[in-house]
Write a protein that binds this ligand. Structure first.
Ligand code: CLF
Ligand code: SF4
Length: 489
């Protein structure tokens, strides 16, 4: 059977094709992935290859950002202009700014070398709708060379209403607005000033204008059928409770997804919140809020708060392979790798969806009220396929009466470097796994396994290279289902 590891790096498309010709997929349900029952076909067509808009797609498809828009028209208390836009990136990492021409060369170079690429996003490092001419020129240039790439933009919303018609004309059908409040009194604690129509506003008036423009922009996008994702930064004690209200407002106005992201706050970033000791939420506080929002606007839980120049699958960053000095002077687009990859993924994905549905059915059939929080070491493809010591993040799933639900990810420092693991690093990994009851990975040594067990976290490598949901189902049933299944952890 074609394994996910062959779908991921290094990509050898010829051997992948040969394996498929030999009868690759194991399931009789081969074919493109299934559309969720609660979604119309046109919407599914828009999101099925978008790694941010579809949790399933993020196992297979990559996005890249080009940092063409450095200027910004507002000040957020979690942002320092020296660093990337915190709306769509981790603060603390400086972007390499690009002109539209450099950006176009970069996108073509990446498309030729990273067949998973499906989306070009502009997410700053300032505001893409304020620094508009460069954003627009980049989209137009890239769309002319790579017509099937999805165009995606992220904005604070202040200038959005003025851009919606041009976005629609350019076929940009994914727009993210960062909305942290719908009550300007709360906005005052987040935004010290905005710059609008040549004038600087502060205090309540600034937040009032920003709020009104965000709502108008969202309604305009909805009326044009453009899919809108709302990003909200969860700031404990400032807007955490209030995000319930935000979720309600954006749902009423047609938002497709709501992505609640934890505030990243560190004095070293030089932000107002960092310097004044405002903390970000813990992983479990974030999960508790997301659980509370369940049933409102559909939630995105797999965001990686990526950099404004990120390249690759969510959770990986290949940006350093494509810096300006490494780009060729001229480059022509070659569609062959991306096309071949899509063909292969369509089949692998059909197999995965069938396995996932079966696993979810098994967990529900266990008819237990028990829940199990499981962390998975994976490098994509929907499989358990990374050694514990090599993981830089774990994807977290909850199995229980609702089936198997993706609930988020935990970033960790890589425990094993050069064949050895440091105790201090393992302690920090264990700390990051707060609340997790079971870890599934491709391989783990006795020493970290024992230390995880001492911290109350079971771990198993018995499901190496299985689909994530199939592995979770087996473990769930071992705990809450039929008694004749052997517990592997
Ligand atoms: Fe980029 Fe944003 Fe488009 Fe995705 S990111 S502009 S919607 S292509 Fe995705 Fe990154 Fe989270 Fe953004 S993981 S920060 S949600
Ligand atoms: Fe920073 Fe982005 Fe806020 Fe502008 S919108 S201040 S770049 S986080």
């Amino acid at each position: 059977m074609l394994s996910v590891d062959s779908l991921l790096q290094p990509i050898d498309l010829d051997s992948m094709r040969a394996k498929l010709a030999d009868g690759g997929c194991s399931s009789s349900s081969c074919g493109s992935s299934a559309k969720p029952g609660d979604m119309d076909a046109a919407t599914w067509e828009k999101i099925k290859d978008h790694p941010c808009y579809s949790e399933e797609a993020h196992h297979y498809f990559a996005r890249m950002h080009v940092a063409v828009a450095p200027a910004c028209n507002i000040q957020c208390n979690y942002c320092n202009r020296k660093y990337d836009c915190a709306n769509e990136s981790r603060p603390g990492v400086v972007s390499e700014k690009l002109t539209p021409d450099e950006a176009t060369r970069k996108v073509i170079t990446v498309a030729n070398e990273v067949p998973q690429l499906s989306v070009l996003g502009i997410a700053g490092p300032g505001d893409a709708c304020y620094d508009w001419n460069k954003s627009k020129a980049t989209f137009e240039n890239v769309a002319a060379d790579i017509p099937d790439i999805k165009l995606c933009i992220s904005t604070n919303g202040l200038m959005l209403p003025d851009r919606v018609d041009e976005l629609a004309a350019m076929n940009v059908d994914h727009v993210t607005i960062t909305i942290n409040m719908v009550d300007p009194e709360i906005g005052v604690k987040i935004y010290p000033w905005i710059f609008y129509k040549g004038k600087r506003y502060t205090g309540l008036e600034a937040s009032q204008i920003l709020h009104e423009r965000q709502m108008i922009g969202l309604e305009m996008l909805t009326s044009r059928g453009i899919l809108t994702k709302i990003n909200s930064v969860m700031i404990p004690g400032v807007n955490d409770e209030h995000l319930v209200e935000v979720n309600k407002w954006v749902k009423e106005r047609g938002a497709f997804l709501h992505n609640v992201m934890p505030l990243i706050s560190d004095p070293a970033h030089g932000t107002h919140f960092g310097l004044t000791g405002q903390r970000g939420p813990t992983a479990m506080e974030l999960k508790a809020l997301q659980d509370k929002l369940d049933g409102g606007a559909k939630l995105m839980r797999h965001c990686r708060q990526c950099r404004a120049d990120a390249v690759g699958l969510l959770g990986e960053d290949r940006g350093q392979e494509f810096t300006k000095d490494l780009l060729p002077e001229t480059v022509a687009y070659d569609a062959s790798k991306r096309e071949a990859y899509r063909e292969i993924v369509a089949r692998e994905r059909g197999d995965h969806v069938a396995a996932k549905q079966e696993a979810i059915g098994e967990v529900r059939a266990a008819d237990s009220a028990g829940t199990l929080l499981v962390a998975i070491a994976t490098k994509g493809g929907g499989r358990v396929n990374v050694h514990f010591g090599h993981a830089t993040e774990f994807q977290v799933y909850e199995a229980g009466p609702k089936g198997i639900v993706f609930v988020g990810h935990r970033k960790v420092e890589q425990y094993c470097e050069g064949g050895f693991g440091e105790d201090a690093t393992l302690d920090s990994v264990i700390g990051a796994l707060e609340g997790v009851e079971l870890v599934l990975c491709a391989k783990i040594g006795d020493c970290p396994k024992d230390q995880l067990a001492a911290a109350g976290i079971a771990v198993s490598d018995a499901h190496a290279h299985e689909y994530i949901e199939s592995a979770i189902s087996a473990e769930y049933q071992a705990r809450f289902g039929a008694s004749d299944i052997v517990l592997t952890a």
